[in-house]
Design a protein around this ligand. Structure first.
Ligand code: PRX
Length: 657
C-alpha cells in the first residue's frame, strides 16, 4: 500500500532503522522519583503489593481487607476500604504545610487570573458540597457538569465526590443534543453550567445550549449557573425554582460539609466516550483504585516534586483533564495550572507566555497541539523564557517522531525528557509510558508498560507476538480500570473482553513491539477516529448525517491530516429529487455540529451516487479510506459493483481539483 508522507507508520519505520535514542540527563535521573530499573521486576513479581504501597500513601477512613478480587472481567480493588476522593485531594493537604500552597493557578482566556490555595479550595468544595445537598443531591445521585475550563468545574467535581454523588462532565464543546443524551443516559438530577465560556475571543453560550437540552431532560430538578462573564454578560434566562446562580447559592452555603465515607468501589464518575456504535459509552470509574492509579502515575511519570508547577493543557471535559488536571495532581498536593482558552489567542505564544509567567516546570499536551506549534514556527517559543521547564509530556494520539523532536528541541531545549504516555478513558490512568529518570527514550514510542502493568501484542486469534505488529492487550487487572459501561453490562463484555477467549482486555489499538521490547502505538483498529486527540465514532457521525432529510446513506472514514492526525471524511448518498450543491455540503456540516458538536464537523463531504459494498452489502471502508487519502486502491475484487469505486475516485479528483 502506498504511504503518504504523513503516515506515522512510515516515520516510525524510518526511526526504527535509525535507532535514535535519548538517555535521561544525569542531573535528572540523579534526583528522579524513580531511577532504579529493578522496579519493573519487583512490581511485576507482585503487582498487588506494588499498588498497595501507593494506596498506603493515601488517606483511608477504614483499611481494605484484600487488595484485589478478580472475577474477570469484574475487578474490585482495595476491597472493603473506605475513602473519600475530596479528602485526599484537599483536606489532607490543608492539615499540612501545603495549607496555603497554590493548588490551582487559573487563567481565563480574556486574561483574568485567579489562584486558589489548598485552603481556598477546601472552603469552596465544602461550600459547594453543602449547596448540592441543599438542592436535594444525595449519595449515589448523578450530577452533570457542562462548563468552561474554570476553577468552579474542579470545585464541582470535588464537591460531588465529597457528598458521594457521581459526576458526569460533558465537554463544553458538545452540542445541546449530546448534552441531553448524556444527561438522560445517566439520569442526572442536577446540571451545573455557566452563562458562557471564552474560546478564541468568542463567547460560547453554554446556558443557552443547556436550555435547549433541558427541554427533554425529565430527570433534572435544578440547574446551577456560574457567572463567567463579568463585563458583557450574555442574556441568560433563569427558570424560577429550577435555575440558580452559583454565586448566590454560595453566599448562603454552610461553611462545612462533612465528607461521605465511600466504599473503595463506589462510583466516582461517569465519562462518556465514543465507541464503534452511534451511541457514546458511559465509562464508569470507582473511587479507591482510580485514586491510587492516578496518584501513582502522576507522581512517577511526571516525577512530581513539592515545588513543581505542573500544567496539563487538556480540558476537564476529557479524561486527561479528570486524571491529570484534577485527581492526580491534587491527590499529590501539587500546584496545577489551568488555562481556559485557545493556544493562539490573542497570539501564538499564549501558552509560552503562561509558562514564563508562572515558571511552569512540567508541561503535558497533545501531539496535535505540538504539530500546530510547529506550523506556527519557532519564533513564538523563542520569544519567551521557557527555562523553568524540566519535563515534557504527550498524550492522546501517536506522536510522530518529527513532532517529538521539535518538542524536545524547541520547547525542551534538549534538556527535558519527553514522556509519551499511552492510555484511554477506560484505563483511567497512564498504562504505557517512559519513566523519565530511567527510560532511554525513542521518539515516537511510548516505550514500556508502567510498573505493575502487563501488556502484550496479540494477533486477532490470540497468538502472542514477541516482535512485530498486532493488537494491544492488557493482560492483568489494574486499579484504575473501568468498572463497566453505565447501564450496559453486555456492551462492556462485548467491547473489551470478547476479542480473545482468555478474557484479556482489548484496547482497540494496534501496536508494534520492536526488538528492544519498546511499544509503538499505531492508532485505532476499530471504527473510532482520533481527530486532534479526540475520540469520535464513525457511526456517530454517520447517524448525524443520516438524520438529515436530504441524506439516504452515509459512510464516514478518517483521512490523514497534517495537524489533527486524522480528519473526518464523509461519503454521502442523497435522496432522490435532492440536488447536490455547496450549500447542501455546508448544511450537512452544520447539521453534524448541531447533533454532536464542532469537534465532529466533517472536513470533507463527498456526494456519491453509490457506496462501495461487498456482495453481502457491507460498506468497504478500507476503499473509502484510501480514496479519502488519495491513495492507490487495493484489492477491489470482492466488490459488488467495481464501477462504483471508479466513479467515486473521479468525484474525489474533481473535488480536489
Ligand atoms: O488510540 C489511542 C489514543 O487515544 C485513544 C484513547 O482515547 P481517549 O479515551 O479519548 O483518551 C485520550 C487520552 C488518554 C487510545 O485508544 N492514544 C492515547 N494516547 C496515546 C494514543 N495513541 C498513541 N500514543 C499515545 N500516547
Amino acid at each position: 500500500m502506498a504511504k503518504t508522507p504523513n503516515d506515522p507508520r512510515k516515520e516510525i519505520d524510518t526511526l526504527l532503522d535509525e535507532r535514535r535514542t535519548f538517555v535521561p540527563p544525569k542531573e535528572f535521573s540523579d534526583v528522579a522519583n524513580v531511577s532504579d530499573p529493578e522496579i519493573y521486576d519487583r512490581a511485576g513479581a507482585d503487582p498487588e503489593a506494588f499498588w498497595e504501597s501507593f494506596a498506603h500513601e493515601l488517606e483511608w477512613s477504614e483499611p481494605w481487607s484484600k487488595v484485589l478480587e478478580w472475577n474477570p472481567p469484574n475487578a474490585k480493588w482495595f476491597v472493603g476500604g473506605k475513602i473519600n476522593a475530596s479528602v485526599n485531594c484537599v483536606d489532607r493537604h490543608v492539615r499540612t504545610a501545603r495549607r496555603n500552597k497554590a493548588a490551582l493557578i487559573w487563567e481565563g482566556e480574556p486574561g483574568d487570573r485567579r489562584t486558589l490555595t489548598y485552603f481556598d479550595l477546601y472552603r469552596e468544595v465544602n461550600a459547594f458540597g453543602g449547596v448540592l445537598k441543599s438542592l436535594g443531591v444525595r449519595r449515589g445521585d448523578r450530577v452533570a457538569l457542562y462548563m468552561p475550563l474554570v476553577p468552579e468545574l474542579a470545585i464541582a467535581m470535588l464537591a460531588c465526590a465529597r457528598i458521594g454523588a457521581v459526576h458526569s462532565v460533558v465537554f463544553g464543546g458538545f452540542s445541546a443534543e449530546s448534552l441531553r443524551d448524556r444527561i438522560n443516559d445517566a439520569e442526572a438530577c442536577v446540571l451545573v453550567t455557566a452563562d458562557g465560556g471564552y474560546r478564541r475571543g468568542q463567547v460560547v453560550p453554554l446556558k443557552q445550549m443547556a436550555d435547549d437540552a433541558l427541554r427533554e431532560t425529565p430527570s433534572i430538578n435544578h440547574v446551577v449557573v456560574v457567572r463567567r462573564q463579568q463585563h458583557d454578560p450574555l442574556p441568560v434566562t433563569m427558570q424560577p425554582d429550577r435555575d440558580y446562580w452559583y454565586h448566590e447559592l454560595m453566599m448562603k452555603a454552610p461553611s462545612a460539609c462533612e465528607p461521605e465515607e465511600m466504599d473503595s468501589e463506589d462510583l466516582l464518575y461517569i465519562l462518556y466516550t465514543s465507541g464503534t456504535t452511534g451511541k457514546p459509552k458511559g465509562i464508569v470509574h470507582t473511587t479507591g483504585g482510580y485514586l491510587v492509579g492516578t496518584y501513582a502515575t502522576t507522581k512517577w511519570v511526571f516525577d512530581l516534586k513539592e515545588d513543581d508547577v505542573y500544567w496539563c493543557t487538556a480540558d476537564i471535559g476529557w479524561v486527561t483533564g479528570h486524571s491529570y488536571l484534577v485527581y492526580g495532581p491534587l491527590a499529590n498536593g501539587a500546584t496545577a495550572v489551568m488555562y481556559e482558552g485557545a493556544p493562539d489567542w490573542p497570539a501564538q505564544d499564549r501558552l509560552w507566555e503562561i509558562v514564563e509567567r508562572y515558571g511552569v516546570t512540567i508541561f503535558y499536551t497533545a501531539p496535535t497541539a505540538i504539530r500546530a506549534f510547529m506550523r506556527w514556527g519557532t519564533k513564538w517559543p523563542a520569544k519567551r523564557d521557557l527555562s523553568s521547564l524540566r519535563l515534557l509530556g504527550s498524550v492522546g494520539e501517536p506522536i510522530n517522531p518529527e513532532a517529538w523532536m521539535w518538542y524536545y528541541e524547541h520547547i525542551g531545549r534538549q534538556l527535558c525528557p519527553v514522556v509519551d504516555t499511552w492510555w484511554q478513558t477506560e484505563t483511567g490512568a497512564i498504562l504505557i509510558t517512559p519513566l523519565p529518570g530511567l527510560t532511554t527514550l525513542k521518539p515516537g514510542s511510548a516505550s514500556h508498560p508502567f510498573p505493575g502493568i502487563t501488556a502484550e501484542i496479540r494477533t486477532a486469534d490470540g497468538q502472542v507476538v514477541t516482535e512485530g505488529g498486532g493488537l494491544l492487550a492488557i493482560t492483568k487487572p489494574w486499579p484504575s480500570m473501568l468498572r463497566g459501561i453505565y447501564g450496559d453490562p453486555d456492551r462492556f463484555i462485548q467491547q473489551y473482553w470478547s476479542q480473545w477467549s482468555d478474557g484479556m482486555y482489548f484496547t482497540g489499538d494496534g501496536a508494534k513491539l520492536d526488538a528492544d521490547g519498546y511499544f509503538w502505538l499505531l492508532g485505532r483498529v476499530d471504527d473510532v477516529l482520533n481527530v486532534a486527540g479526540h475520540r469520535i465514532g464513525t457511526m456517530e457521525v454517520e447517524s448525524a448525517l443520516v438524520d438529515h432529510s436530504a441524506v439516504a446513506e452515509a459512510a464516514v472514514v478518517g483521512r490523514t491530516h497534517e495537524i489533527k492526525g486524522q480528519a473526518i471524511a464523509a461519503f454521502v448518498t442523497i435522496r432522490e429529487g435532492v440536488s447536490s450543491s455547496d450549500e447542501l455540503i455546508e448544511n450537512l456540516k452544520s447539521h453534524v455540529v448541531k447533533k454532536i458538536g464542532a469537534i465532529a464537523k466533517p472536513d470533507l463531504i463527498l456526494f456519491a451516487s453509490d457506496l462501495p459494498k461487498t456482495r453481502s452489502g457491507k460498506i468497504m471502508r478500507r476503499l473509502l479510506r484510501d480514496i479519502a487519502d488519495g491513495k492507490t486502491l487495493g484489492d477491489t475484487t470482492t466488490l459488488a459493483d467495481p464501477s462504483v469505486v471508479a466513479r467515486l475516485q473521479e468525484d474525489y479528483a474533481d473535488e480536489q481539483g
